[in-house]
Write a protein that binds this ligand. Structure first.
Ligand code: GUN
Length: 294
């Protein structure tokens, strides 16, 4: 079997067209959705994500407020900026790009964001609401993965899903979302991690494999069942002298080999990545809509 490639750019473009119309509607009512983006330090990957997020905002007519702070910024300075954004009526969403420098405590910073503006869905209030099935901002990458699956016609109800990776950003929230009693859930979920005894034995059972381990070739073709759906959340830079930048991006799965076995597979780049940004825009538009109705 040769897999059909899930075109994340295409699905994202369709959703962004819908969001563009909603932004235009909001503008006629005097509200321009605004996202405050905060980046501390100069990690090259984070810089390129943040630039892509800001560009995406502008493309659909949203306002983005760019805050790039030096690596030496103190936690108190960062908290003061978050407080200012919390109070600013033009800001509907606040995004603090992770990871933060070592001297800043993420567990103290994320709860400082107003949960109503927490468009990343990382605030413990939103995490808790999501877990118990209440309305909440859903974290962008897991939500993007679920939208990709649904819009590609993949049945989630009753599916055996194996997630490899247990991060707070992807693995944990994705597992919680997929077990909810709802049409975006109803799956049977296994989460594998660095202490799992035999990852291959779990992956072999999976109708849907989701790789979010942050390591190239974590999932090889021998591990995957014929006809499985394979979603690759990994974004890894590997050296490549033939590229002008000196590197190329690869995911966590052995794409070329698995393509011969899976029924559907996402590429890297061009799979999950564009969906993450789209769901960020989606959450910010939701927040602006709520602000209008308050
Ligand atoms: N770092 C990696 N992914 C994300 C994300 O979705 N949001 C933020 N804020 N930082 C990240």
């Amino acid at each position: 079997m040769t897999a059909k490639i899930i075109d994340g750019k295409q699905v994202a473009a369709e959703m962004r067209e819908e969001l563009k119309l909603q932004v235009a509607q909001l503008k006629t009512k005097g509200v321009t959705p605004g996202l405050a983006v905060i980046l501390v330090g100069d990690d090259p990957a984070s810089k390129s994500y943040v630039t892509a997020k800001e560009k995406a905002c502008e493309e659909i007519g949203m306002h983005s407020d760019d805050n790039r702070l030096p690596a030496e910024t103190t936690q108190a300075e960062l908290m003061a900026l978050i407080d200012k954004c919390n109070k600013d009526p033009k800001v509907h969403g606040i995004l603090v790009q992770l990871p933060l420098p070592k001297h800043i405590n993420e567990d103290e910073v994320l709860p400082a964001i107003d949960p109503a503006k927490d468009v990343d869905g990382f605030h413990p209030v939103n995490v808790g609401r999501m877990v118990v099935g209440q309305e909440a901002y859903l974290p962008c990458t897991p939500h993007g993965v679920i939208q990709l699956l649904l819009r590609s016609g993949v049945e989630l109800s009753g599916a055996e899903v194996v997630i490899v990776g247990r991060s707070n950003i992807v693995g944990k929230p994705l597992a919680n979302m997929l077990i909810q009693k709802s049409k975006t859930g109803n799956a049977t979920v296994t989460v594998c991690h660095t202490r799992t005894k035999d990852i291959a034995a779990h992956v072999q059972r999976a109708d849907i494999v989701i790789a979010a381990a942050g390591r190239p070739n974590t999932i090889t073709a021998e591990m995957v069942k014929d006809g499985a759906v394979v979603i690759d959340v990994g974004v890894n830079r590997v050296e490549d002298a033939s590229k002008k930048s000196g590197y190329r991006l690869v995911g966590d799965v052995d794409f070329e080999a698995i393509k011969q076995k899976a029924s559907l597979i996402t590429p890297v780049p061009g799979g999950v990545g564009p969906m993450t940004i789209t769901m960020l825009l989606y959450n910010t538009v939701q927040s602006a809509t709520k602000a209008l109705n308050r």
